[in-house]
Structure formats: C-alpha cells, structure tokens
Write a protein that binds this ligand. Structure first.
Ligand code: PGA
Length: 254
C-alpha cells in the first residue's frame, strides 16, 4: 500500500483550454513534491490536452457510461476516456447521483466498465445532511459501498473510495476530525468485509470543502489517505497549498 497521500482535483464542469496553464503549473510543482501522489480529473473536453501537459500527475475522467459504446447520445465510454489519456475515473459522485439519478447499481456498472477498460476508479459515497441528522450516516455510507463497489477478480488494487458528505461539498462546512475518523474507520471495516484482507490497503479519501487552510487537519484524521478536492483544485495556487499541507500532515503521521 502506498503511504503517499493521494490528492485528486475534480474540476467538475469548469475549464476551457485557458485552464491548461493551471494543469501545467500543478504538474511542474508536483515534480518537486514527490511525497504526494497528485491527480486531476478535468472535464472530458480537456482530458487529452491535460494529459499532454502532464509529465507526472495522473489524469482521469469524472464519469463514464457503463456500456462500451452504442446509441447513447452525449455519453462517453471508459474506452474513449482511456484513449484520450485518462488512467482513472471518478464514479458515483453525489452530483451524478443527484443530477442523473444514478443508483448504487449504476455506479457499480460504471466502476466495472472502467476496470474492464483497464482504468482505476474512485468510487464516491457520502450521506446527506438529513441522513446525518437522523443518525443514519454510517448505514447510508456502508450501504452505498456494498452496492457500488466493483467486486470482480483482482479489482481491489484498482479501487479508491472517496467519502464526501453531501452537505460538505462546496459549502465551506466540514465534519469534525473525529467524525471523519469515525466514518473512515467504518468504511475500512466495510472494505475488509467486502474484499477480505486486501480491503485493508484500499485508499480512502476525504472530500468536501478541503482547502489549503484545513487540509493538514483533515488529512491527519484516522484512515484518511488523501483528498478529493473540488473548488480549491481550480487554481494551481490553492491546489498546491493543499498538496504541500498534505505532505506535512503525512510527515507528522509517520
Ligand atoms: P469541494 O468539492 O471541494 O468544492 O467541496 C469536492 C467534490 O465534490 O469532490
């Protein structure tokens, strides 16, 4: 298991070619920060160009369609994003689950399709505020894991989990370090029950309002192996602030 923190930027529906300069700056700086594994998930339209800018960092997609190809206007398959230069894809982001009615079963199909195409996957899970307030957060998250994670042979090393409480995404609010640690321990337990011993080595990222100012604290929580970062990954300056903070948090942990 890599002990390097894994910091992934999710650009969501942001970015035209003007943003390639940010990707280039992130990649160049990552060359000096080898204690951290850095990745970017730009929109589909920038995957190829971003891949060309990046010497070191991994480039991924934010979603894929479960089918290999066919009559699915506007959709993009795993083989297509791989061909464009993506080495991984995010699946099951809460914005996809909410905006496109993606169920756990669909998320699993997408994860399976990406792995079949030779990619790694970041499977997102997370509870809503109402679910947390009613004491159901852990059940919701473990249920999502059971339904969304790929389960074929030799998939474990290709899987990363991202825990992103829906109420913390883009809001500036975050759970306490204790709550993050508690949820990540629960996720670890579930990963081991699904994958056996190998589940102990799956990386679990935290996502939701991670910023340079709070990254070190959030990344120091139990079982947090990195971060999935939205808004603060859009400029090299703030994303590099998070990468540097995570390098420091890692030093303190070890
Ligand atoms: P945020 O988004 O960092 O802007 O809260 C995180 C995510 O949705 O991946």
């Amino acid at each position: 298991m890599s002990i390097r923190p894994y910091i992934v930027g999710n650009w969501k529906m942001h970015g035209t070619r003007a943003m390639l300069a940010e990707a280039r700056a992130i990649d160049r700086a990552a060359e000096r920060l080898l204690k951290v594994e850095v990745a970017l998930a730009p929109p589909f339209t920038l995957i190829h160009a971003t891949r060309k800018e990046a010497n070191l960092i991994a480039i991924g997609a934010q979603d894929v369609h479960p089918a290999d190809g066919g009559a699915h206007t506007g959709d993009v398959s795993a083989a297509m994003v791989k061909d464009a230069g993506a080495g991984f894809t995010i699946v099951g982001h809460s914005e996809r689950r909410a905006d496109h009615q993606e169920t756990d079963a669909i998320v699993k199909e997408k994860a399976d399709a990406a792995i079949d195409a030779g990619m790694n996957v970041i499977v997102c899970v997370g509870e809503t505020e109402a679910e947390r307030d009613s004491g159901k957060a852990e059940d919701v998250v473990t249920g999502q894991l059971a339904g969304s994670l790929p389960t074929g042979e030799a998939v474990v090393e290709k899987v990363t989990v991202a825990y992103e409480p829906v109420w913390a995404i883009g809001t500036g609010r975050t759970p306490t370090v204790e709550d993050i640690g508690a949820m990540h321990r629960k996720i670890r337990e579930k990963l081991v029950s699904i994958y056996g011993e190998e589940g102990a080595s799956v990386r679990i990222l935290y996502g939701g309002s991670v910023k340079p100012e709070n990254a070190a604290e959030l990344l120091a929580a139990d079982e947090v192996g990195g971060a999935l970062v939205g808004g603060a990954s859009l400029t090299a300056e703030s994303f590099l602030g998070i990468i540097m903070a995570s390098a420091e948090a890692q030093e303190e942990k070890s």
